[in-house]
Design a binder for this molecule. Structure first.
Ligand code: CTP
Length: 400
């Protein structure tokens, strides 16, 4: 996403200015061309040489730089940048940006650009909470600026509260979101991910090899594209993607309740979870002790969540299922698409190298209710997630 993008990073004068060095390095590492602009006060906290070394580009400081054609350069940067980032953003630059004040290199360039702008405030809590700062931030929000909220904690001045610059991962996420078309804005999307666990006794369970990576990638991309995302997740080792509401469940029955109770308000439901089809007829309350040489466990069917959703699907709602097969991929997938009343089904084969559980890549065939099929070759799971979301959005827009 950041590869080949020109990022204009405006560093303003606060103690968090040194953290912009890490951001510069991560942005460059991700393939972005980083152009740093600094206010004069920022240079009191960190040297332009740091940014020049990390970005490989000259850092621009003020409007009276004699050996630099700033008057041309700042306008051309305003035009060339794919995204502007103000990190850290002081109360001063936020006030200037909100009111169109242009009195130095950073504020003039900002006023001239049409690129999306990401603002990451960092300041003393009192300044941040001051209604005037909050009002200025609201003005920027209304004008389409992307605000990356500061974190809370102990601030450099010794106060406790809101005002710490968001961490680099959150800043990168905000920058990616600003570069991403918000084509899912206003939509409610529910994604299920991961395995389920069916307890045999307090120490053992039946489960499968799902890691949740595909479902998490879909949830992350949907949120990045502006959707309100609920992720109903079985047990996984994955971090919750930024900006989503995660509901943790363990068993198929718990997943069913969590999904069905939230289904009505969803525009799109994507069932990427590997749900256990059976559970032990009884769960022992104490650890099962070994006695005989063999042992039989009686299993009972779990609810088929997708089938229930398919039965209850409301007009205008889209349902996307997954099928993981080891043989007869397309025939089995087609049957699931029909039986479960899905609008789209993503079929992946465990036999395909690089696809399926635990990989960061996947290959799939997308099957549509109208009989169309589309082959998605091996790609990163986040790319496949985008493709799935784009196809669902197209179905939603066409009224199916
Ligand atoms: N699914 C579900 N509830 C279940 C089983 C599956 O919601 N109890 C959903 C999965 O999340 C997936 C789709 O149904 O989106 C297909 O799952 P899969 O395990 O491939 O197929 P099954 O329907 O379980 O059929 P089979 O095990 O016979 O292949």
């Amino acid at each position: 996403m950041l590869r080949g993008k020109t990022v204009a990073l405006c560093v303003t004068g606060g103690i968090a200015a040194y953290k912009a060095a890490d951001l510069t390095s991560k942005l460059r590492g991700a393939g972005a061309d980083v152009r740093v602009l600094m206010t004069e006060s920022a240079t009191q906290f960190i040297s332009p040489i740091t940014f020049e070394t990390l970005s490989g580009n000259r850092a621009v400081v003020d409007t009276f730089d004699r050996d630099f054609a700033w008057e041309v350069e700042h306008i051309s940067l305003a035009k060339a940048a794919d995204v502007f980032v103000i990190a850290p953003a002081t109360a001063n630059i936020i006030a200037k940006a909100a009111h169109g004040i242009a009195d130095d290199m950073v504020s003039t360039t900002l006023l001239a650009t049409r690129a999306p702008v990401v603002v990451a405030p960092a300041m003393n809590t009192g300044m941040y909470d001051n209604p005037v700062t909050q009002q200025n931030l609201e003005t920027l929000r209304e004008r389409g600026f992307h605000i990356v909220e500061p974190a809370s904690g102990r601030l450099a001045c010794g106060d406790e509260g809101r005002g710490k610059l968001a961490d680099t991962a959150a800043l990168l996420c905000g920058i990616e979101a600003a570069l991403t078309a918000q084509d899912l804005a206003g939509l409610n999307v529910l994604v299920t991910a991961g395995p389920t666990r069916e307890a045999l006794d307090p120490v053992r369970f039946l489960s499968n090899h799902s890691t949740g990576k595909m479902g998490y990638a879909i949830a992350a991309r949907a949120a990045m594209r502006g959707a309100r995302v609920t992720l109903v997740s079985g047990p996984t080792a994955l971090e919750t993607p930024k900006g989503i509401c995660r509901v943790d469940v363990v068993s198929a029955c718990e997943m069913r309740d969590a999904v069905v109770s939230r289904a009505e308000q969803q525009d799109i439901i994507i069932k990427a979870a590997a749900v256990g089809d059976y559970r032990p007829a009884e769960t022992a309350s104490e650890k099962l002790k070994k006695r005989a040489d063999d042992m039989a466990v009686s299993l009972v069917r779990n609810p088929d969540i997708l089938q229930e959703l398919g039965r209850k699907k409301r007009v205008g709602q889209l349902l996307c299922g997954f099928a993981m097969e080891t043989q007869n991929l397309l025939a089995n997938a087609e049957e699931k698409l029909r039986n479960k009343n899905c609008d789209m089904l993503v079929a992946n084969s465990l036999r395909e190298p690089g696809a399926g559980f635990a990989h960061d890549t996947n290959a799939a065939t997308l099957l549509f209710a109208d009989g169309r099929r589309e082959t998605a070759p091996l790609m990163r799971k986040d790319e496949l997630a985008d493709l799935i979301l784009s196809r669902l959005l197209a179905l939603l827009r066409s009224g199916r």
